[in-house]
Design a protein around this ligand. Structure first.
Ligand code: C2E
Ligand code: CA
Ligand code: CA
Length: 401
């Protein structure tokens, strides 16, 4: 872990940074006072005095341009020094639009500052990086527009992957997985879900996933009852993103879709990722309780990839734990993956949860997972996610794995 934040002391009169320096830190004043100075008509003038709780040196954080003022300690001063990367990394990983906005605001501000002090505007490093960001943002705007167009044109559909019992291989349920059908083929959700999440469009897409999933679920149940009258009807599992659960109103709306479907709620499952639950465990607990009250099933998805705290895990009303594919892939290569899978299976048992292993690509993985105590599995070895029509055929023809 790099040290992003550290504490520093300056004696009265000591310079913290000078005009023209490369700015690699912003500062937060813990105690004392500082003066901000700029040159004017051959003199140096004080343009600001800052005290406890104030921040300075932040401008160079965004654009990496040289310091536009000098700052000295007026009294003995203690500051918290915050590294540039502490600001830049979250900014870049979150949203290029936000990055663009900040940079444009800053460049306008600097232009105004230059004009006021009579310095002619000149193209500098800043303009080059701004162009790069601008290009990125334009690309992003086009992607967003395309996503919106795809939604309006009903280009999103659901595919379904069977989840089977490892004991005898019969179908226990399906996971609904979204696909974007474009002219030149299907786009994978890994390529559009992150954008849909960043723009909030996932809320609308998520409703669509649930609505479509429930509709197709009815058809699958009917087909299944005919083919396997003695087996329990399969469940339908739908992925839900954090943004959908962040509003209690949206939860009510999703609950309404489930109620109005007329389906037995005990055959409807929602998958929520581990990371989502751990980001805000208190809110997650509230949201999950609200959903659980409908009588539906809840699954924790991608288990093992985040950093679940066991103390929280048992507070969530979860029915199913899905072991991430990465453990299954490594099972025959590493003894430790085997041990992890076995421990997770034991943990699930102790918490009275079902366990589904994801990403089974080979027969021997299916056998190993059964030995390790997993009840259910899902993966290309059994079937890839299929369009609804093919699922009905699959149910009729019965398992071949
Ligand atoms: P996920 O929820 O972990 O879904 C399982 C992913 O593993 C699916 O990828 C599935 O096709 C893939 N998979 C299943 N078995 C195997 C296997 O044996 N080998 C390999 N290599 N892969 C396997 P997919 O469909 O591309 O979906 C990717 C992710 O996109 C999903 O991961 C989920 O996080 C997200 N996603 C998909 N549909 C939705 C949706 O309707 N709403 C939300 N919020 N997210 C969705
Ligand atoms: Ca999932
Ligand atoms: Ca998963």
């Amino acid at each position: 872990m790099p040290e992003f934040v550290s504490s520093r002391k300056f004696a009265a009169g000591e310079k913290i940074f000078s005009i023209g320096d490369r700015g690699q830190h912003a500062y937060f004043i813990e105690s004392g006072e500082v003066e901000v100075l700029i040159p004017k008509n051959g003199d140096t003038i004080v343009i600001a005095e800052l005290g406890i709780g104030e921040i300075f040196g932040e401008m160079s954080m965004i654009d990496d341009a040289p310091r536009s003022a000098t700052v000295t300690a007026k009294t003995d001063t203690e500051v918290i020094e915050i590294q540039r990367s502490r600001f830049i990394q979250p900014l870049k990983s979150k949203d290029p639009m936000m990055d663009l906005l900040l940079r444009v605001v800053l460049s306008r501000f600097r232009d105004a500052q230059r004009q006021m002090s009579g310095i002619k505007a000149q193209p500098d490093d800043m303009d080059a990086s701004l162009e790069e960001i601008r290009a990125l943002a334009i690309e992003r705007i086009q992607e967003e527009r395309d996503l919106r167009r795809g939604m309006d044109a009903n280009e999103f559909e659901m595919h379904y992957q069977p989840i089977v019992t490892l004991e005898d291989g019969h179908i226990a349920g399906f996971e609904a997985l979204m696909r974007w059908k474009k002219q030149d083929g299907y786009v994978s959700p890994v390529d559009f879900i992150p954008l849909a999440e960043a723009t909030g469009m996932i809320v609308e897409l998520g409703r669509l996933a649930l609505e479509t999933g429930l509709r197709d679920h009815k058809v699958f149940i009917n087909g299944f009852k005919q083919a396997f009258p003695d087996l329990a009807v399969p469940f339908m599992s739908v992925n839900v993103s954090g943004l959908q659960l962040s509003s209690l109103d949206e939860i009510d709306l999703l609950a309404g879709l489930i109620k109005d479907s007329g389906l037995d709620p005990a055959t409807v499952k929602l998958e929520i990722t581990e990371s989502l639950m751990m980001e805000d465990p208190e809110h997650a607990a509230k949201a999950l309780k609200k959903l659980k009250a409908l009588g539906i099933l809840l699954a924790i998805d991608d288990f093992g990839t985040g950093y679940s705290s066991l103390s929280y895990l048992h507070q969530f009303p979860l029915d199913t734990l899905k072991i991430d594919r990465s453990f299954v892939i490594n099972m025959d290569k590493s003894e430790s993956s085997n041990r992890i899978v076995r421990s997770i299976a034991q943990l699930a048992l102790a918490l009275e949860m079902d366990i589904i292993a994801e990403g089974i690509e080979e027969k021997n993985q299916m056998d190993d997972l059964r030995e390790l105590g997993c009840q259910y599995g899902q993966g290309f070895h059994m079937a890839k996610p299929l369009p609804a029509g093919n699922v009905v055929e699959l149910i009729e023809s019965g398992p071949s794995w």
